[in-house]
Design a protein around this ligand. Structure first.
Ligand code: ADP
Length: 605
């Protein structure tokens, strides 16, 4: 099993500077991007047509002005003058309307691509193994799903559309200028290299400044995250580090601020240099065009039109000069997104997988080994059988591998070697859905989502009736407590609802599993010490839960261990002893040790 996930791994988020340097718009990448556009090819074609028409329409007003100066005015032709002015106005209005259509198409295409990508990504991430989620940094998945994918909209509406529109404007203007007068067109074009160089230079400078600013801002965010979160805040307070943290924050803040000022000044200098260069073009046209006029080769109207059209040449050239930065940035964005799409869900149904009933069947581990990381085995040579309808307790020190054993049964991870069978069938022969639907998992840390208690319970079994739900809660010894809440079963819990104690949450979790009523129960008993009443209720709830089921419990309480049909003592990834409470005590080994050390607190491990 390859384990390529984890912070800093190949899928770790690239830094700003690496982004553009590593990214290249390869053919393969381009093809993949184009695939997302395919469903919208009609709209894309229409958009391109709109851009072409807009580019051509933009040429008309200067040409109308040329007619006004060269014909309407010298001929004192009022009708022609009005006509040309109206034509100019009409062109502007039509361009404006096309602009609205362009905007609509632009949003339609880009937002639909974002929509498709988000859906596909969500579906894909649902299939990723648990390992992926324990490996990625918090917030990374959200960043990919939200800002990265949403960034695609910007790529389309700024990079792609700008590029196409500038290209059309550039080509149409250049062709028109050459048709009007090729010598004058050459003069206008000769100036272009003059401002390409500073544009690139300044683009690079502001890119670097932006990169540095971004780094400072992320440093700043890290301090905020570390010191203004609950545990970081406590650490800072308890070690009286407020002043030191403040000084650090202030210094990074001031660096970020001065970088931002430099960044905005770089923009200004850049504009100044450029406006000087761009004004050289028209001056040259006046000079050379004026000379041609004096020679009788050119009209005044043509000179005016030429200068006006020149603006349509220089603007797009400048915008396209730094396009490569945008293209690289966009390529990096798509690469980050595709990186995620390329991660293979490793645990999937085998081709021959079937729905197999597990009720009344033994669960057996056959010489199972497993490692989270290639070089560090978490389990080795684990073999045992949990007979149908019996309770198996796993005990052992923290980090021994107990949770890992339980995670392998619902295939949250797959074994590296050896096998796990239920009633003699390898769990890989079950469809994942059928396997997991037959296992009830009660973890220590019960997750209740934001919703009512009823919603949280029904999550286990959509079709359950009210009576079944109440029966499950009664069996889990939580019904009376729920009724005592302000809105009973309709009380909102979870992050925006009322807070429940650990014991109450675990009982709700037990009720949830009771409602699902699976033949196999896997439970991680709470380690936290509970008050006597909670302890009693949990024990009663567990009694209901485990009755008649094949259960594997990571046991922390003596009562559970005593009730177990077999106890497996796990140490350093192996089963070192097995037996019943009495036989193990007699054996005088690891179990006896654990028992002697921890029995007083009634909590084992
Ligand atoms: P227990 O439940 O007995 O406390 P675990 O099964 O949780 O022990 O852990 C067994 C070993 O595997 C420990 O060394 C632990 O650090 C390691 N481990 C557990 N979960 C992961 C994980 N997601 N990634 C890498 N190592 C892990």
């Amino acid at each position: 099993m390859s384990r390529g996930f984890g912070p800093g791994g190949p899928h770790g988020r690239l830094k700003f500077d690496d982004d553009a340097q590593k990214a290249n718009l390869s053919k393969a990448l381009l093809l993949r991007i184009v695939k997302f556009f395919m469903p919208y090819w009609k709209q894309t074609l229409l958009l391109m047509a709109v851009l072409i028409v807009t580019a051509v329409l933009g040429l008309l007003p200067p040409l109308f002005i040329q007619q006004i100066i060269d014909q309407a005015l010298p001929d004192k032709n009022l009708r022609l003058l009005v006509l040309l002015v109206l034509a100019s106005l009409g062109t502007t209005v039509v361009s404006g309307l096309l602009g609205v259509l362009q905007n609509y198409l632009n949003s339609f295409i880009s937002l639909h691509i974002v929509f498709d990508m988000k859906n596909q990504m969500y579906r894909h991430l649902q299939k990723m193994p648990l390992q992926f989620y324990s490996g990625v940094q918090q917030g990374e998945v959200i960043t990919r799903m939200t800002s990265d994918i949403s960034g695609v909209q910007g790529v389309f509406s700024s990079t792609v559309v700008n590029f196409a529109s500038n290209l059309f404007i550039l080509v149409s203007t250049a062709v028109t200028l050459f048709i009007m007068n090729w010598k004058l067109a050459l003069v206008g074009i000769l100036v272009i290299p003059l401002f390409i160089f500073p544009t690139r230079k300044m683009g690079n400078i502001s890119w670097k400044l932006a990169k540095q600013t971004q780094e400072k801002i992320s440093d700043q965010n890290q301090i905020i995250q570390e010191t203004l979160s609950i545990s970081g805040y406590l650490l800072m307070k308890l070690f009286t580090k407020e002043s030191a943290e403040y000084a650090k924050f202030q210094s990074i803040n001031s660096e970020a601020t001065s970088l931002q000022i430099r960044q905005s000044m770089a923009g200004r200098w850049f504009m100044m240099v450029l406006s000087t260069f761009t004004s050289i073009g028209p001056l040259m046209i006046y000079l050379y065009g004026g000379y041609l006029f004096i020679q009788g080769e050119l009209s005044v109207g043509a000179i005016v039109a030429f200068v006006a059209l020149l603006g349509r040449l220089y603007g797009p050239v400048m915008q396209m000069t730094n396009l490569y930065v945008d293209i690289k940035r966009s390529a990096a964005l798509f690469e980050r997104i595709f990186d995620y799409f390329d991660m293979k869900p490793q645990i999937v149904d085998e081709p021959e997988a079937r729905v197999i009933p597990a009720a009344g069947k033994d669960i057996s581990f056959h010489n199972v080994s497993f490692a989270y990381q290639a070089d560090k085995t978490a389990l080795h040579g684990i073999s045992f059988t949990a007979a149908a309808g019996t309770l198996t307790a796993l005990v052992g020190p923290s980090g021994a591998g107990k949770t890992t054993v339980t995670n392998l049964i619902p295939r949250l991870y797959d074994t590296d070697s050896g096998s796990i069978t239920i009633g003699g069938s390898n769990i890989r022969d079950f469809t994942l859905d059928s396997l997991r639907s037959q296992i009830g998992l009660v973890t220590q840390d019960t997750y209740l989502f934001n919703g009512t208690i009823r919603d949280n319970l029904m999550y286990a079994e959509d079709g359950a009736s009210e009576a079944e739900m109440i029966a499950a809660c009664q069996a889990a010894y939580i019904h009376d407590f729920i009724l005592s809440l302000p809105e009973g079963y309709d009380t909102v819990v979870g992050n925006r609802g009322i807070k429940l104690s650990g014991g109450e949450k675990q009982r709700i979790s037990i009720a949830r599993v009771l409602l699902k009523n699976p033949p196999i129960i896997i439970m991680d008993e709470a380690t936290s010490s509970l008050d006597t009443a909670s302890e009693y209720y949990i024990q009663q709830a567990m009694h209901s839960l485990l009755q008649g089921k094949t259960s594997i419990v990571i046991a922390h309480r003596l009562s559970t261990i005593m009730a177990a049909d077999q106890i497996l003592v796990v140490q350093s990834g192996a089963i070192v002893e097995e037996g019943t409470h009495e036989s193990l005590l007699e054996h005088n080994g690891v179990y006896r040790d654990l028992y002697d050390k921890q029995f007083e607190s009634k909590v084992l491990a």
